[in-house]
Design a protein around this ligand. Structure first.
Ligand code: HEM
Length: 397
């Protein structure tokens, strides 16, 4: 259900998501306290406490990542690295790690700053805007497009494919994608296969080119694996980063004075980002399949059953975090699980942190304040990133 304000006002009163009956955080607190392991409405096991989520993420032998129904289908496509187990996973990750180097990531800082500056300049040109449309979505799509060498003229197409795929992401991951999604996927595959062929002949200074040429004693990435990786970057790197930027602005809205404090001490942005990752975790749950019968808190998870480690709930666990339901901007240590743990831990965490930091710093520079004009908890706390977050802005004097 949506809790609307009456539109922008001079001093908007923060709507109070905590009081909403469908507040997911209250529901998760109840799960952590009463039913740390329980079945959801689809009969999938939910695991709500930090210690258990941590253990599941670490123990890839007991909890397999081969969760997709179509995994192993013989359609010529390569399995998503995120949904594969060793040894397949390790071979892919080793190859990809060689290309996804700190240098490649560090050199994104300049282009991200420039892209962000242009988007924020545009955003602050009026007093009302859609945060997702203006900044939080185009920034990460643009970053990934650059890393994959998508040329300016092809950017609109790339954005259209990625938007179409995202609208149907649940089915893409573990179901049957719509015809429109399949068509977008096929067009994108055709585009990247051409680029890959060109890059084999003539390398370029970007991540996709590095991936095309990377080689270990285990060989190279095949065309199908390269396509898988382009898709995985889109799936794993876009919506999550959109959610992080939205999460930061949501904190400004929910906690009076937080914007002003951070604007006065911008050197605290990195720890603000860490706490945002904990407090409004973008990747709320992930998925595993039990590889054996497992006893957990008196429940038996049978081999083959699906398990949802609830990352966002773990990150609010009062057993681990003091004042777990409070946003503590300088929390230290902050051992959140927002980027996962173990062999599948986020490949793009440094990049995501950089994008989040640059976006928040840019908003602080250009604004004197920002509020959500409408709180739609279904959008904000849903599985993927919100598609629209209207905001009101006060441009810096
Ligand atoms: C705030 C933003 C992000 C968050 C919260 C996030 C979170 C995560 C989490 C929790 C996982 C592990 C999932 C699991 O174990 O099932 C993961 C994996 C992954 N992420 Fe991120 N991610 C973010 C941004 C990015 C970006 C920007 C990229 C790349 C451009 C990226 C690429 C990946 C990849 C490739 C994997 C799979 C790693 C593997 O299977 O070995 N992520 N991410």
């Amino acid at each position: 259900m949506t809790e609307d304000s009456d539109g922008p006002t001079e001093n908007p009163q923060p709507p109070s998501p905590e009081q909403a009956p469908e507040d997911v955080y209250a529901e998760w607190a109840e799960l952590r306290a009463e039913r740390p392991v329980s079945r959801n409405e689809n009969d999938i096991w939910r695991v709500a406490r930090y210690a258990d989520v941590r253990e599941i993420l670490k123990d890839h032998r007991s909890y397999s990542s081969e969760v997709a129904q179509r995994f192993g289908d013989d359609d010529g496509s390569a399995p998503l690295m995120l949904f594969s187990d060793p040894p397949e996973h390790d071979r892919l990750r080793n190859l990809v790690n060689r290309a996804f180097t700190p240098r490649r990531i560090a050199e994104q800082a300049g282009p991200i700053e420039a892209r962000c500056e242009a988007l924020v300049q545009d955003l602050v040109s009026s007093s009302e805007a859609d945060l997702v449309e203006s900044l939080a979505a185009p920034l990460p799509v643009g970053v990934i497009a650059t890393m994959l060498g998508v040329e300016d003229g092809d950017f609109a197409e790339f954005k259209r494919w990625s938007d179409t795929i995202f609208k149907d992401i649940g089915e893409v991951l573990i179901g049957t994608p719509s015809e429109a999604t399949q068509a977008a996927g096929a067009e994108m595959a055709g585009y990247f296969l051409e680029r890959i062929a060109e890059l084999r002949r003539k390398p370029q200074p970007h991540l996709l080119s590095d991936l095309v040429h990377v080689e270990t004693e285990e060989g190279r990435l095949t065309d199908a694996e390269l396509l898988m990786f382009c898709g995985l970057l889109l799936i794993a790197g876009n919506e999550t980063t959109t959610s992080l930027i939205v999460g930061g602005v949501r904190v400004f809205h929910e906690i009076p004075g937080s914007f002003e404090r951070l604007k006065a001490s911008p050197e605290e942005v990195p720890s603000f980002i860490e706490e945002t990752l904990r407090y409004h975790s973008p990747f709320k749950v992930t998925l595993r399949r039990a590889a054996r019968d497992i006893e957990l808190h008196g429940e038996t998870i049978a081999a083959g059953e699906l398990v949802l480690p609830m990352i966002a709930s773990a990150n609010r666990d009062e057993r681990v975090f003091d004042r777990a339901d409070e946003f503590v901007a300088d929390r230290s240590p902050n051992p959140h699980l927002a980027f996962g743990l173990g062999i599948h831990s986020c490949l793009g965490s440094t990049l995501a942190r950089m994008e989040g930091r640059i976006a928040i710093e840019s908003l602080l520079r250009h604004l004197d304040g920002i509020q959500l004009a409408k709180i739609d908890l279904a959008e904000l706390d849903g599985f993927g990133a919100p598609t629209s977050v209207p905001v009101t802005l006060q441009r810096a004097a």
